[in-house]
Design a protein around this ligand. Structure first.
Ligand code: AKB
Length: 323
């Protein structure tokens, strides 16, 4: 059987860094190729291993890399997130849409085994049921990011049905990890707050205190991604994207969780344009379809995540890895 050779596009981002490490554990150091539009910092590049500079909007370069490494699977993570997308709507659309089409097209041309496309809770909107949002329901996203992810899900389903491309996808909640900072999302506060709790014992949140959003600890997100990608194709009933639940909390609740470990920590609230984005998204997610189809179950709740985040950021600061 041919050995899998995996290309991760957008590997220097918050999810990419952790996914590359997990994929190298499963497939081996030499079987995972990292790529990003920018050269990462030296320390990050060492961590990523084999690295190629790639703008996913350049299909010629994409083809070159796929041929060079005899790639069999692509994890296509490169995208502009919700908050930055609202500042550059046309560019967000171009990157998020054309990037995906380029990946899906090369999947047909090179007969790639599997493609992974991350979707998001941003596909939902104000007409979506807010609590325990079902897998199938009204979806009228209000951000360009959300519109592009919803359209992307449609393209994935289309390429699967029409061309047989084995493309799989998850609707990630806000992802929280200590290894790198997220960039340009509405859920980013839930990472930043842990860093500020350790540095300055105080945090000004750009969302209001009772804004509930679906969130997930990074290890759970990686586990879900690999479980989905390793599941037998016959188990994947949803070819748009799966709802995925981790936990759900408000800024007030994450602050209370931090205060159990750092009692002097304080939080204040100064909502900005991201409040409207958060208000259009669900409070919590029903992921019973993912549970039923491929056995999804998260390991982390809020307090377990808080403890892990604070411990590891502290170690990172002491070692000088996190500054
Ligand atoms: C964002 O906030 O834009 C992302 C997401 C929920 O997809 N973290």
């Amino acid at each position: 059987m041919q050995k899998e050779s995996i290309l991760v596009i957008g590997s220097a981002g918050q999810l990419g860094v952790e996914l590359v490490a997990a994929l190298k554990n499963v497939y081996g150091e030499t079987q995972v190729v990292s790529s990003d539009v920018r050269e990462p910092a030296k320390i990050r590049k060492e961590e990523l291993g084999i690295f190629e500079k790639l703008d996913v909007l350049n299909p010629v370069r994409l083809n070159e890399i796929v041929e060079k490494y005899q790639i069999t699977q692509i994890y296509h993570l490169a995208a502009m997130l919700s908050a930055t997308g609202e500042k550059h709507p046309k560019h967000a659309w171009q990157l998020n849409m054309q990037g995906l089409i380029n990946v899906l097209d090369i999947a047909i041309e090179k007969k790639l085994h599997k493609i992974y496309f991350p979707s998001s809770i941003a596909v939902f909107g104000p007409t979506t049921p807010k609590d325990n949002t079902p897998q199938f329901c009204s979806m009228e996203p209000t951000t360009v990011y959300g519109i592009s992810k919803q359209a992307g899900e449609g393209w994935c389903n289309y390429y699967f049905k029409r061309y047989g491309v084995d493309v799989r996808s998850l609707r990630y909640p806000g992802l929280i990890g200590y290894k790198s900072m997220p960039g340009g999302g509405t859920t980013d506060y839930a990472v930043d707050i842990y860093h500020k709790a350790l540095y300055s014992k105080t945090y000004e949140c750009f969302l209001s205190e009772n804004t509930y959003l679906p969130m997930m600890y990074m290890d759970d997100a990686i586990k879900a991604t690999l479980d989905l990608m390793h599941a037998d194709a016959s188990k994947i009933a949803v070819r748009t994207s799966y709802n995925l639940n981790g936990m759900s909390f408000s800024p007030k609740e994450i602050a209370q969780s931090i205060q159990k470990i750092i009692p002097e920590f304080t939080i204040s609230y100064n909502p900005d344009f991201r409040q409207a984005i958060a208000d259009s998204w669900p409070n919590s997610i029903d992921d019973s379809q993912a549970q039923k189809d491929w056995g999804w179950k998260p390991d982390y709740d809020l307090d377990k995540m808080t403890q892990t985040m604070l411990e590891n950021i502290k170690i990172g600061i002491e070692k000088g890895i996190i500054v």
